[in-house]
Ligand binder design. Sequence first.
Ligand SMILES: [Zn+2]
Length: 83
Amino acid sequence: MKCEAFRDLLPLHAGGDLEPHELKAVDAHLATCVFCRLKLDEFRATKSLFNRLAMTGFMPPVAGIFSGVPKPPARKTRKKPEK
Ligand SMILES: [Zn+2]
C-alpha cells in the first residue's frame, strides 16, 4: 500500500488511538517504509512535547493541532449604519 493511505493514521498511531486492525496494517507498512517511520517519530516528538507542556499547566493556543486544521474565523460582514 502507498504512504498516502497511512498518512492520516500516523498521528493516531502516535496517540495510541488506532483500532487493532489499523495498528496491524500501519505497523506492517512502517516495517517497510522509512519515510513513514520518520513521520511517526515527528508525531511522537510533538505529542510528548505537548504532554510536557500540559503537565506544566501551559496550553499553547495550537492545542487543536491533533484534531485537524482549525476553521478560519467567520468573517463578519460589517453593515453600514442605516440612516
Ligand atoms: Zn510510507
